[in-house]
Every structure is written in structure tokens, then in C-alpha cells.
Ligand binder design. Structure first.
Ligand SMILES: [Zn+2]
Length: 209
């Protein structure tokens, strides 16, 4: 099984310069949608670990927040948060479904902060003229799936719905990892030979494999 080792590897020093689907929905553990109108922009920014409105990262999340994700034949383009209405429960569930454990066919409430990190990355690429879906290799993992994933850490952030292994067509993994590291402030794993990047909202650390 292809999968990242998450926090199983010792973090490597990374210079600041370098940091420049299956089918069917699961009925079990369906994500509980966040309450609409309960997340003002400032609170959401804070939850995302972002700074003031002048922060370039905050600017990437201004306005409505959408994600365009692809996993196998499944595609979803969902606006999960708007300034006027807050979180959209149905859109959130769609996104959680794409990020589910496909082997166990089990969905899980994915970290809202992780969604904001992915949204910010996608907006940044779109700002630079690259409008592509984020390809999802892995999202939430049940303990059983994680245990069977080669090299996966037993305390993987995937178990908590706080990690995703992603790629973006046309974007080298080093560039994607560098941008994710700048934007996300969490864990970043660059898997060069496997051509994907692990992004999580855990402690800040970086590794390359
Ligand atoms: Zn991972």
C-alpha cells in the first residue's frame, strides 16, 4: 500500500530558502458538519494559525472558501465556507467523503484547519494561473488501514483527520512542499520518488523521503 510515513521519520532540517474513490458513502462515523454562522473570519483565521488581515496567508483565504479535489474517478468542487453563511454542512460532508478511508469506506470529520490549508494552497496556485484539482492519495485513515500502510507512524495525523497526502498536476513536489510548508505551519513530508506531499496540521516539522 502506498502511504506516507507521516511523523515516523526524523524531521530533516530545511533551510528557510527551501521553504520559500472508490464508490459508495459510508454510513458510519459520518462527519458532523460545523454550525453555520459560527465562524467569523477572524476566528477561522485564528483556527488556521494565521495572522492579521495583512498576512498574505489570510488574504489567500479571503472571501468564500472552496476546494476542488480529485481522487480516482471522484471529483468534488465544494464551497465549504462563505462570509455570509459560515460553514456549509453538505459541502463539508462531500469533502470529508473524498478524504475518507477508502479501504474501510469510512468518513471522518476532517480538520477545518487542514481544509483551510488546502484551500489556501489551491488559491495560491490559481492566483498564479494554475487551476487544477488537488489530487488526494490519502486522507483520513482508520487504525486498521494505517496499521497496514507500509511505514506509517502509529500516531499518524491521518488517524485524526488532520493529514492529507496530495499532488497537484503540473506542480513539482518540491514546489508544492515548499508552499505547503510556508502556508500550513504544520507537518510537511516530501515524497520525491512517489511524487506526493504529506500535509498535516500537527506540530511544525519537515521531512524528505
Ligand atoms: Zn501522509
Amino acid at each position: 500500500m502506498l502511504g506516507c510515513t507521516c511523523c515516523g521519520l526524523a524531521a530533516l532540517a530545511w533551510s528557510s530558502a527551501a521553504r520559500a474513490v472508490g464508490t459508495g458513502r459510508s454510513d458510519a462515523s459520518a462527519p458532523v458538519a460545523p454550525e453555520p454562522n459560527k465562524a467569523p473570519t477572524s476566528a477561522a483565521r485564528s483556527a488556521a494559525g494565521l495572522g492579521s488581515a495583512d498576512d498574505w496567508r489570510a488574504r489567500l483565504l479571503q472571501g468564500s472558501r472552496s476546494l476542488w479535489l480529485a481522487r480516482g474517478e471522484a471529483h468534488v468542487r465544494s464551497t465549504y465556507w462563505t462570509p455570509d453563511s459560515g460553514y456549509d454542512g453538505e459541502a463539508y460532508k462531500e469533502i470529508c467523503w473524498v478524504l475518507r478511508d477508502v479501504q474501510a469506506n469510512k468518513s471522518f470529520p476532517i480538520s477545518l484547519r487542514l481544509l483551510d490549508v488546502l484551500c489556501g494552497l489551491q488559491n495560491w496556485f490559481a492566483y498564479n494561473g494554475l487551476r487544477q484539482p488537488i489530487l488526494v492519495n490519502s486522507g483520513y485513515r482508520t487504525f486498521s488501514t494505517n496499521f497496514r500502510t507500509e511505514g506509517a507512524a502509529l500516531n499518524s495525523q491521518h488517524l485524526l483527520g488532520k493529514a492529507a497526502d496530495i499532488a497537484v498536476p503540473g506542480v513539482p513536489v518540491a514546489r508544492l512542499a515548499g508552499m505547503a510548508s510556508l502556508f500550513g505551519k504544520g507537518g510537511i513530508g516530501m515524497y520525491v520518488s512517489q511524487n506526493f506531499v504529506h500535509v498535516d496540521t500537527g506540530e511544525e516539522r519537515v521531512w524528505i523521503k
